[in-house]
Design a protein around this ligand. Structure first.
Ligand SMILES: Cc1cc2nc3c(=O)[nH]c(=O)nc-3n(C[C@H](O)[C@H](O)[C@H](O)COP(=O)(O)OP(=O)(O)OC[C@H]3O[C@@H](n4cnc5c(N)ncnc54)[C@H](O)[C@@H]3O)c2cc1C
Length: 360
């Protein structure tokens, strides 16, 4: 009989984990308190920008980059497969990334060379954007993007076609300590059972597990994004000092995002709207005359050093964690799913798993 795995949380990490487990012959159920692939109260995956690359990767540890590099490498093939098998185009694009100063140019060049990421020193004006300092910008032509709402729709469609059970509008209760997990209670009083469980509940993971592992260090970090549809769009993604803009192929332009430590408050704010629009206009003055057509937020699963937990639970047999991907969950998700699936089946992990362990 097929092993039955229950995944708690239907964001990108839960969906990719489900896909990986289906590919390995498991029967999979996803439990999601809202609806998979919809924009609801704070979930991070729908809300993300979709840059398949960390902002300034040389600022992060080897362990973070191991997941982002590996995850990014899967995306072209993954999006082709999703389109072929579901008909949904997730808008994967190699639109390139223009990094405007200031940052440590030498560290950037060294990192790019060591990681085989092509890079070129350029004048920002050649790309039609304003550079405040006169210094050269860096152009990374191979960096890609995906459109998170379309990626989530494609994933949902693929999981449906591959017989994954989706228990939506079903919220699990915080877990109590136990040696082996065979059943998990829902808020409405049902009991769900499986052979193995994986927590992929994003920013809500600590609340779900705090009775069982006090050291899981995950908290919500809100990010807000503005959407424009300018007369003339950028042709590449642009970054400056923690802020970025992402042009979509149908003429939209995203500008964001913020890193706000405001608990589970998912509402958008006027102050951030003003702050983001000022930063966007400083790079692209023509945006002063353009209306903002949407403004949203998401709650990232924030973790120290941006390091997710991908491991067996420290004390509960048959429970696994794949959570805390903070700013780069979209980029990391394919690699993270492969890692947790390998750990669950006792295989040699594709990358060294020690750094992502959960210590009780
Ligand atoms: C503004 C913004 C921009 C971003 N840009 C990028 C980017 O450009 N590139 C990149 O790689 N990453 C980006 N990210 C980060 C990325 O979006 C996240 O790291 C990723 O979405 C996390 O996915 P997740 O599946 O862990 O969490 P989520 O998408 O939040 O999913 C967790 C799910 O668990 C469910 N859940 C929680 N508790 C329970 C329960 N008790 N029972 C049942 N279900 C439950 C929730 O409803 C939710 O759907 C961005 C994030 C934001 C907010």
């Amino acid at each position: 009989m097929k092993k039955h795995v229950m995944i708690i949380g239907g964001g990108i990490v839960g969906c990719m984990t489900a896909m990986e487990l289906v590919n390995r012959g498991c029967r999979v159920t996803i439990v999601e308190r809202n609806q998979i692939a919809s924009q609801t109260s704070g979930e991070s995956s729908w809300a993300g920008g979709g840059i398949i690359f960390p902002l300034l990767p040389w600022m992060y540890s080897e362990q973070v980059n191991a997941l982002t590099n590996s995850g990014a490498n899967f995306y072209r093939e993954l999006s082709d497969r999703l389109q072929r098998e579901t008909g949904v185009d997730a808008n994967f694009e190699q639109s390139g990334f223009l990094l405007l100063p200031t940052f440590d140019t030498e560290a950037a060049q060294t990192w790019c060379a060591a990681n085989q990421v092509p890079v070129q020193a350029v004048k920002a004006s050649a790309f039609g954007v304003q550079s405040i300092s006169g210094e050269d910008a860096l152009w990374l032509p191979t960096i890609c993007q995906i459109r998170p709402p379309y990626l989530m729709q494609a994933m949902r469609q693929w999981l449906e076609q591959n017989n994954v059970t989706m228990l939506e509008h079903t919220q699990l209760m915080p877990l109590q300590q136990t040696a082996v997990l065979s059943e998990w209670q829902t808020v409405s009083g049902e009991t769900l059972s499986a052979d193995q469980f994986v927590v992929t509940s994003g920013a809500w993971s600590f609340d779900l597990l705090k009775e069982t592992t006090a050291k899981l260090n995950i908290k919500p970090m809100r990010g807000q994004i503005l959407l424009y549809k300018p007369q003339k769009n950028l042709e590449q993604m642009v970054y400056r000092e923690g802020f970025y803009m992402i042009p979509r192929r149908d003429g939209y332009l995203l500008a964001g995002s913020t890193l706000e430590d405001v608990g589970f408050e998912a509402a958008v704010t006027q102050a951030v709207r003003d702050e983001i629009s000022a930063k966007a206009e400083a790079i692209m003055p023509a945006l002063k005359n353009e209306p903002i057509v949407n403004h949203w937020s998401g709650l990232r699963p924030g973790t120290p050093e941006n390091l997710p937990t991908i491991s067996a639970h420290p004390t509960i047999e048959n429970l696994y964690l794949n959570t805390g991907h903070f700013r780069y969950g979209l980029t990391m998700a394919p690699a993270s799913a492969r890692l947790v699936a390998a750990l669950m089946s006792g295989e040699k992990p594709p990358i060294d798993a020690a750094a992502y362990a959960c210590i009780s």
